[in-house]
Design a protein around this ligand. Structure first.
Ligand code: NAD
Length: 301
């Protein structure tokens, strides 16, 4: 048993909050040594367009993580009315800024802006979100690249909890570019050696895939979607979902819930990530890791 498993009170819980704190503490120590030796800190630029409340919270939390671990960060808040060209010009400025190692454009963007064009305008060597086609292509080819932060966080949890993936059947529910596709592509690489099924909204008989899975990764965006009768004994469940559902017992009138019906799955499963406190905190930690790696020129020199 490693120190992580000893430290958790509930043995089945994969504690993303704990692991993300460890990852951030490791990065903080490294940054502190860099700065003490006279070097500049790693730098991250955030671009927030419009007034979407969830996006504002995400950017605020990411900015706080930067200051907590000693990164330099800058946040540009732009109005909804900004043109695509103005946004791309700002990205170019950060592409050429030597204090900036990573650029993050918070998605989604307003409808009049072509998201793909914006992503492609980021220098792929500073694409710490890992959404640029250069990084996507490299990931699929098994070449070193920036890995999108949520899938990267999932693999970090699997590693730190010593969860075996080699030869295991993994069912990924969801085929988005930011979660489903990259995590599936990662887990079939030789580093993980899993056999992966990717399911989506048009999959027939989803239950046959989930019942066959040793590991299930749920990235659907549908509260409590995966039920206890859809899983086999001893499955490992990674719940990526973040859903806001009405709750009269919560002071603000809503609660955050995952894509997994935690109550009905807990008894049968071997391990499970809670929501909140599972995959969510890992996403920010791995953004910091990607930025540090960019600074150190580990991915691209
Ligand atoms: P998305 O909407 O882009 O994709 C959802 C996927 O679910 C689609 O591929 C769709 O085919 C599939 N799906 C929908 N209904 C289905 C059904 N009935 N059966 C099988 N598949 C079905 O979503 P996304 O961006 O991948 O996000 C998924 C969830 O993860 C959301 O709740 C989102 O908020 C959350 N998320 C969390 C983090 C994090 O940091 N924890 C990061 C990204 C996304």
């Amino acid at each position: 048993m490693n120190s992580v498993t000893e430290n958790i009170s509930l043995k089945k819980i994969i504690d993303g909050k704990l692991i993300s704190s460890k990852v951030k503490a490791e990065i903080k120590e490294e940054v502190s040594e860099l700065v003490q030796s006279g070097k500049r800190p790693p730098g991250l630029a955030f671009i927030l367009v419009g007034e979407d409340p969830a996006s504002k919270v995400y950017v605020k939390n990411k900015g706080k993580a930067c200051s907590d671990i000693g990164f330099y960060s800058v946040t540009e808040k732009l109005p909804d009315s900004i043109s695509e060209e103005e946004l791309i010009n700002l990205i170019q400025t950060f592409n050429n800024d030597e204090k900036i190692d990573g650029i993050l454009v918070q998605l989604p963007l307003p409808k009049h802006i072509n998201e793909q064009r914006v992503i492609e305008s980021i220098n792929y060597k500073k694409d710490v979100d890992g959404f640029h086609p250069e990084n996507t292509g490299r990931l699929v080819s098994g070449i070193k690249s920036f890995i999108p932060c949520t899938p990267y966080g999932i693999t970090e949890l699997l590693k730190r909890y010593n969860i075996e993936t080699s030869g295991k059947n993994v069912t990924v529910i969801g085929r988005s570019n930011i979660v489903g596709k990259p995590i599936a592509n990662l887990l079939i690489q030789k580093e993980y050696n899993a056999t992966v099924s990717i399911c989506h909204s048009k999959t027939k008989d989803l239950k046959s895939y989930t019942l066959n899975a040793d590991i299930i990764i749920a990235a659907i965006g549908s509260p409590d979607f995966l039920k206890g009768d859809m899983i086999k004994e001893d499955v490992v469940i990674i719940d990526v979902g973040i859903n806001r559902v009405e709750s009269s017992s919560s002071p603000n009138g809503y609660k955050i819930t995952g894509d997994v019906d935690f109550e009905s799955c807990l008894e049968k499963c071997k391990m499970i990530t809670p929501v909140p406190g599972g995959v969510g905190p890992m996403t920010i930690a791995m953004l910091m890791k990607n930025t540090l790696d960019s600074y150190k020129k580990i991915i691209y020199s």
